[in-house]
Design a protein around this ligand. Structure first.
Ligand SMILES: Cc1ncc(COP(=O)(O)O)c(C=O)c1O
Length: 392
């Protein structure tokens, strides 16, 4: 059977591989604890569930979704209110917002709506593994921009070769960052807009962790002057409201890009179930306290992991965002070897940095999305079962 050549470029999806490994071990009776995946186990807030149940009872919502390609006007209005309240960003819901089936889907429609075959597209390395497939699927080529610890895991624009910057047509970035936890600053966002403007590059700023910041301000790319002239921001209800399974998010910003993404969506899917959009409105309008409480929970979990890491010999300054800890591996291990070692000694799964790009080698990622009891058990096993680790 013929399958498309484009699929040959795509490496096995990290989390499928991890999930298979976890399932195999569980089938052998091992009590595996996964700190690998950024998928909160904590429940979705009740007002969201109630709104879904109520809307699902209305047969009017059983038909094709309203305003299929853009999302319901009332959902887009709620997005605009949330952005105004949480980020001080003003959006026109009639043309600057399109509803998405999550930010991952948005990465794809950005590519379909904006990128041409043969284009060069910048991606950060390490970076979210979802970007490259979207770029390959439209016949373009990703170009890795290294992110280094010494630059706070932010790209250094002056280090991007000028011929690459001139050739590139788009740039996918994400802060608070998966996997490093790094955050953007206002001066960085201004530089990004300037870089995009001077090189004619369209920005796809993927911001699903915008609510998860520790001791620094919540930032949208659209806070930067001129951001709407050069790009869009993707956001999602997945992470702030524990709604990964619900599949709802939004792209906001430049009206032409939003329109291009809506055109791509109109010719791909038929929109998001209205009842889920009503639930999304409840999340955006009624659950600010909930996302603040989740942040307090992540803060406590982070402190627990940090205390154990320090006890085990790590001297490590935690990042300021996202619910991940991006931790250097002890001497003598690659990232995959250290993950395998931890699994063997403790039946704890973490993500190897190399899976996020060449520059991810030397690091592993711990996710803070499991409940306290399982996290404490994983940490206890690490304290009790790991030998002395070498960091010199
Ligand atoms: C950087 C980044 N972008 C997008 C996504 C996907 O989010 P969504 O559930 O909104 O599709 C994730 C999920 O882990 C992510 O880490």
């Amino acid at each position: 059977m013929q399958t498309a050549n484009r699929l040959k470029k795509i490496p096995p999806y990290l989390f499928m591989t991890l999930r298979n490994k976890i399932n195999e071990a569980k089938a052998r009776g091992i009590d595996v604890i996964s700190l690998a995946i950024g998928d909160p186990v904590d429940p979705t807030p009740q007002p969201v569930i109630d709104a879904l149940c109520k809307a699902a009872q209305d047969p009017g919502n059983h038909r094709y979704p309203t305003d299929e390609e853009w999302g319901m006007q009332s959902f887009r209005d709620a997005v605009a209110r949330w952005y105004a309240r949480r980020y001080d960003v003003q959006l026109d819901p009639t043309k600057e917002i399109v509803a998405l089936i999550g930010s991952k889907e948005g990465c794809h429609h950005f590519a379909l709506g904006v990128i041409n075959p043969g284009d060069t597209v910048l991606v950060t390395d390490p970076g979210y593994p979802g970007y490259k497939p979207s770029i390959w699927f439209v016949g373009a080529e990703p170009h890795a921009v290294p992110m280094k610890d010494e630059n706070d895991f932010l790209p250094k624009f002056e280090d991007i070769p000028s011929d690459v910057a001139k050739k590139a047509t788009a740039f996918y970035l994400n802060y608070p960052n998966n996997p490093t936890g790094a955050v953007a600053t206002r001066p960085f966002l201004d530089e990004l807009v300037e870089f995009a403007r001077s090189n004619d590059i369209v920005i796809c700023y993927d911001n699903p962790y915008s609510e998860v910041v520790f001791g620094v301000e919540r930032l949208s790319f659209l806070n930067a002057d001129g951001a709407k002239e050069v790009g869009v921001e993707l956001n999602s209800l997945s992470k702030p409201f524990n709604m990964t399974g619900w599949r709802i998010g939004m792209a906001c910003g430049n009206a032409d890009i939003v329109n291009a993404m809506a055109t791509s969506k109109a010719n791909t899917d038929s929109g998001i179930f209205n009842a889920i959009q009503y639930a999304g409105i409840a999340a955006l309008d009624e659950c600010d306290n909930f996302s603040d409480e989740m942040l307090a929970i992540y803060t406590r979990r982070r402190e627990s992991v940090l205390a154990t890491l320090r006890e085990l010999g790590w001297t490590y300054e935690p990042p300021k965002g996202a619910f991940y800890l991006w931790v250097p591996v002890p001497k003598g291990y690659t990232s995959a070897e250290f993950c395998a070692f931890l699994f063997e000694k403790c039946a704890v799964v973490i993500a190897p940095g190399a899976a996020y790009g060449e520059n991810g080698e030397g690091y592993v990622r711990f996710s803070l999305t499991v409940g306290e009891d399982r996290l404490e058990e994983a940490l206890r096993r690490m304290r009790e079962n790991l030998p002395k680790l070498n960091f010199d």
